[in-house]
Design a protein around this ligand. Sequence first.
Ligand SMILES: Cc1cc2nc3c(=O)[nH]c(=O)nc-3n(C[C@H](O)[C@H](O)[C@H](O)COP(=O)(O)O)c2cc1C
Length: 161
Amino acid sequence: MTFDIRGFRGALGCFPTGIAVMTAATDEASHIGITVNSFTSVSLDPPLVLWCIDRRSRRYPFFASAPGFTISILAAGHRAVSARLAGPGEHSLDGIALIPTALGPPALADALAIFECARESVQDAGDHAILIGRVLRFAQHDGAGAPLVYFQGKYGALAQS
Ligand SMILES: Cc1cc2nc3c(=O)[nH]c(=O)nc-3n(C[C@H](O)[C@H](O)[C@H](O)COP(=O)(O)O)c2cc1C
């Protein structure tokens, strides 16, 4: 029996998500980023979050081996940044508005929230790997506006009553 991977992907896209950009150091002088919608919370105590990365991604070796990563939750105004860091090979943060963090990898300026994580574990799961991060520091920026939303392969906005 064949499995309809394309249809599966489409069905998964019926689950609306926010968007996050993960940043990590490649070496002392450089950082990379990737756009993801697989971010989710895991545990409050200890504070753990996860996201999944395609093991075929050129960015995978960096994120799988980095001691930690920074998570920026994107606002509606980050649409262009999100599209850029989702481009094939487009991992450079050059020209993107960033803010420094205490632990290392920078965060995106004007993010709704920022989580600074130490890598807790990396677990292979099919063609992806699950990266679990232990949150060491976080910040929430009230006033950063509405979130960037992703649904059925398109960016959208949250309808607020
Ligand atoms: C909205 C959106 C969400 C994405 N979420 C993920 C994700 O959770 N995990 C992942 O590995 N790639 C995800 N991607 C794909 C990466 O952003 C990027 O396109 C891919 O890593 C490019 O391949 P490269 O890393 O080999 O350059 C997403 C792309 C978009 C547009």
